[in-house]
Ligand binder design. Structure first.
Ligand code: FAD
Length: 372
C-alpha cells in the first residue's frame, strides 16, 4: 500500500472509553469540530480488553451526559459484599452497579461516535510520535498522521506516555483475572443474589488490594469473573498474586485449569505532568485511582476536562498544555482520584490489617454517603 499522509487538527490515539469520551465531549462543546477529529485504534472492534466490566452509576451518569448510552447486554447487580473478616459486610441498593463485557461495550461506543460523524481508523497502530513547533507527527502502520493536537487515550501501557513524559512519579497496579464458566443449574450466589464480592482479606498476606467475584454473561452464558488487584500504592511487599488468586478459587471450590490473564493499571498523581507540548493524556494513560481501581467511569470523566483543555488551546493559540496538570488537579475528578489515592495509601499500608474492623465501620459510612 502506498504510504499516505493525513493532516488533521485533533488525533486521538485509542478508542477505549477515554478516547470515545474525549471525542464526544469535544463534539458536545463544539459540533463544528466533527471533521477535525480522527481516532486511531490498533485493534479491530469488538476487541478484547481485560476488565471486570463493573460499571457504577457514576459511569452511567457520564454516559448520559455525553449522550453515549449504548444498548449492550448487562448484568444488573443489587448487592455488594465486602470481606474484611470472615463475616462479610453487605450493602444493597436497586441500582448498585452492572457488569458489561468490554468487547461489546467498547464496540458499541465506537459505533455511536462514528454515527456522529467521527472517523475511526481501526487496525492502525501508532508506532512513533515526534513533536515539532507547529504539529505532531505520528508514524502509523498505515502512513503518517500530522496533527495539531494529539490526545493520548492509549491505555495503561501508553506508549505516548513513555515517549512524551520525562519523569514519571506515578506507578502501576497489577491485576490478574480468570473467567469461570458456571453451570446454568448451579448458579453461584453472585448470580442468584445479583451481587458483587470484594474480598480484602488477602491484605493480611501482603496484598495491597482485593479479590473480586463479579457475575457476568458472555454470549448469554454465565461466567464468574474473578480477579485480583494489587495497587502497589505503597513501597514494600510484593504479594504472590497467582498464589493468592488460586487459594481464593480453591476455597470457593473451583479447581479447573483456568486461563490466567494479566494487565496493569496506572494510577494518577496530582504532582505528575500528564501532557507535553501539543500532547495531552487521558484515561488509563493519565491515571486512575488505586483504591478500587474503578477505571471506566474515570476514563469517561476525563473526557470533558480534556475537551476544555483542547478547546482553550485552539482559542488561545497556546498548545503547550502547560496548565493541564493544574486543571486536572483542581477538577472534581482530580480531587476524587487524589482522595482515593490517600485512602489506598492508608488502607494498604503494612500493619493496617489490625484496623480492618474500624475500616469496616468507615466503609459502611462511606457507602451510605455515596448511595451506590
Ligand atoms: C483486570 C482488570 C479488571 C478491571 N476491572 C474494572 C472494572 O470492573 N470496572 C472498571 O471501572 N474498571 C476496571 N478496570 C479498569 C478499566 O479496564 C480501564 O480503566 C479502562 O479500560 C480505561 O479505559 P481507556 O480508554 O483509558 O484505556 P483502554 O480501554 O485500555 O483503551 C486503550 C485503547 O488504545 C488502543 N491502543 C493502545 N496503543 C495503541 C497504539 N499504539 N496505537 C493505536 N491504538 C492503541 C488499545 O487497543 C485500546 O483500544 C480493570 C482493569 C483491569 C486490567
Amino acid at each position: 500500500m502506498a504510504s499516505m499522509q493525513t493532516k488533521i487538527k485533533i488525533a486521538i490515539i485509542g478508542s477505549g472509553p477515554a478516547g470515545i469520551a474525549a471525542a464526544a465531549a469535544l463534539l458536545k462543546k463544539n459540533p463544528g469540530l466533527k471533521s477535525d477529529i480522527i481516532i486511531i485504534e490498533k485493534e479491530h472492534h469488538p476487541r478484547h480488553k481485560l476488565c471486570g466490566g463493573g460499571l457504577t452509576p457514576w459511569a452511567d451518569e457520564i454516559l448520559d451526559q455525553l449522550d453515549l448510552q449504548v444498548d449492550v447486554p448487562s448484568c444488573p447487580l443489587e448487592n455488594i459484599e465486602f470481606f474484611l473478616h470472615d463475616k462479610p459486610i453487605s450493602f444493597g441498593s436497586q441500582q448498585l452497579m452492572r457488569t458489561i463485557r468490554r468487547d461489546e461495550f467498547d464496540a458499541a461506543l465506537v459505533k455511536k461516535i462514528r454515527d456522529r460523524g467521527i472517523e475511526v481508523r481501526e487496525g492502525v497502530k501508532v508506532t512513533d510520535i515526534s513533536t515539532e513547533a507547529d504539529y505532531v507527527t505520528l508514524a502509523t502502520t498505515a502512513g503518517e498522521v500530522r496533527a495539531e493536537i494529539v490526545i493520548a487515550a492509549d491505555g495503561a501501557k501508553s506508549f505516548v506516555r513513555r515517549k512524551v513524559l520525562r519523569d514519571d512519579i506515578s506507578r502501576i497496579s497489577r491485576l490478574l483475572e480468570v473467567l469461570i464458566p458456571i453451570n446454568e443449574n448451579e448458579l453461584t450466589p453472585e448470580f442468584t443474589d445479583k451481587k458483587a464480592v470484594l474480598d480484602f482479606r488477602a491484605i493480611r498476606a501482603g496484598l495491597q488490594g482485593y479479590i473480586w467475584d463479579f457475575p457476568s454473561y458472555i454470549g448469554g452464558r454465565p461466567f464468574l469473573n474473578v480477579g485480583i488487584f494489587d495497587s502497589r500504592v505503597n513501597k514494600g511487599t510484593r504479594a504472590d498474586l497467582p498464589a493468592l488468586l488460586s487459594a481464593h478459587l480453591q476455597r470457593r471450590g473451583f479447581y479447573g485449569n483456568y486461563q490466567l490473564q494479566g494487565w496493569p493499571e496506572r494510577w494518577y498523581h496530582p504532582a505528575q505532568q500528564i501532557s507535553g507540548p501539543r500532547v495531552i493524556l487521558t484515561g488509563d494513560a493519565a491515571g486512575l485511582e488505586p483504591w478500587l481501581g474503578e477505571g471506566i467511569s474515570t476514563a469517561l470523566s476525563y473526557g470533558p476536562i480534556v475537551a476544555d483543555a483542547v478547546i482553550d488551546a485552539i482559542e488561545t493559540d497556546d498548545y503547550s498544555f502547560s496548565n493541564y496538570r493544574r486543571r486536572m488537579k483542581k477538577s472534581q475528578l482530580g480531587w476524587y482520584l487524589n482522595r482515593k489515592r490517600n485512602v489506598a495509601q492508608l488502607i494498604y499500608r503494612p500493619g493496617f490489617s489490625k484496623f480492618l474492623p474500624a475500616f469496616g465501620r468507615i466503609l459502611s459510612w462511606y457507602m451510605d454517603l455515596r448511595k451506590w
